[in-house]
Design a protein around this ligand. Sequence first.
Ligand SMILES: Cc1cc2nc3c(=O)[nH]c(=O)nc-3n(C[C@H](O)[C@H](O)[C@H](O)COP(=O)(O)OP(=O)(O)OC[C@H]3O[C@@H](n4cnc5c(N)ncnc54)[C@H](O)[C@@H]3O)c2cc1C
Length: 493
Amino acid sequence: MTKPSDVQPIRAADVTNYDHEADVLVVGFGVAGGAAAYEAAAAGAEVIVLERASGPGGSSAQSGGELYLGGGTAVQESHGFSGDTPEAMFQYLRAALGPNADEEKLRLYCDGSVEHFGWFRDRIGLEFGQDFFDRPTWMPLAPTDGLMWLGENAWPYNELSDVVVPRGHRPAAPGFAGSLVMERMVAAVAEVGAVTHVDTRAAKLIVDGDRVVGLTARQFGKDVTYRARKGVVLTTGGFVDNEEMLVDHCPLLLGHGKVSDGLDDGSGIRMAQAIGAATRRMSMCQVAYTANPAMTARGMLVNGRAQRFHNEDTYPGLWSEAAIREPGKVWVIMDETGFEEVPPMDGLGLQPAFAAETIEELAEEIGLDPRALAQTVENYNAGARAGKDALGKDPSWLRELTGPFAAFDPAKGLSPYAETPPESTGYAGFTLGGLHTTVDGEVLSISGEPIAGLYAAGRASSGMHGEGYISGTSLGDGSFFGRRAGRAVAGTR
Ligand SMILES: Cc1cc2nc3c(=O)[nH]c(=O)nc-3n(C[C@H](O)[C@H](O)[C@H](O)COP(=O)(O)OP(=O)(O)OC[C@H]3O[C@@H](n4cnc5c(N)ncnc54)[C@H](O)[C@@H]3O)c2cc1C
């Protein structure tokens, strides 16, 4: 673990020799670093990207590759969702990424979304899937699946605007498509002339007065120095892998799984903090709970008091964020009819570990209060009979639950094949807070002034997010504001 002294800045006057020099140094080659490097190099700047791993990619390459885009993209239009607007997209994201989403960044992101889709397609060479996946899921897996709902059609978001359209965009690759995003990004960045130095871990910033003029790095066991004629862009990812930072800033994620490549140790954030940079929203995080959305939509989620707490037919990240704050373990409860309705490919082969003829027997088996669970099912069924769910689940998913009943333990994960389920809470996440930046990626000092020569984007910075997260908005805002930072540092914004 990096110690505080490991990030203390170096004075330029104490640097006798620079091993490398460029207009722009980009630190970290994930989606944000790639986008910044691309734009800076395309604007004519000489760019070096430093990457501590042996190859580019970061968490971005391991991701699902979902990008939250809208306002009338070609994929939306091809499925007849022609009425989308930046304003409707803004209304949705402000609510779903809130409370306290960054409205200035959100507005720019929504206004620029169609252009950003075109940039990915035409400049980065990323192909998007063309099919519309119209069912509850964490992520469609077929290479043709290109468009999906991310909560827009669920209550309360479906009442925000007259425009209710899907905006989850997926690259045309099977399974987790982040590798395709980064494969195309790496090729595009090389094409515009940026150079990448791998196995190079940036360690400390070099400052000349108030200005960042370079950095030191560890490279193959040696200390090396880099000079930046125009500026340094920190795109080092978040800090979910840094236990001390989690303790200090985001204890909600302590003890849970980490949605990362294992290198999200917050080094960029700390390097900048060491020269007086401000951070923002460090306690905000994304949370995923490994319950199957095809099952939750047809059944219910209950907490340790056997109570429902969220409509189960929405984007699963939204009920996950609620679930982690609920008392006790959260279970998925279904009946046999609902279980049999799950399309086999959506069920992922999951079988219930607990089943019983009556809801009281099921409650006994999983350690919930039988009377409380029976009451919860009765309340749910009353809502189903009336066609109005107390928590806003869409009537199309409402049906009275009758025995036999089954319970799924999300902590066992989504794979039916694991012989010994991993020791897990079922929750995993990544951090959303980071360096406080302007919309052009300038890092602000704790007194609120831009620090000359220092920029940041992606999860090293605080982006659009408040207290909520929707899939596709991390790759989305990382690449969008990475591009803006790249143009700003090159001097062409
Ligand atoms: C399994 C999984 C699925 C996901 N699915 C999605 C999805 O579908 N859609 C979505 O929007 N988000 C998704 N995410 C989240 C998303 O991938 C990340 O939040 C996003 O990629 C962060 O991008 P970034 O460019 O900020 O950081 P990264 O992609 O992590 O890149 C940071 C890079 O910086 C390097 N680095 C760190 N410190 C240093 C240093 N000191 N010197 C040099 N290099 C350094 C790292 O090695 C890394 O390569 C997923 C994440 C995971 C792990």
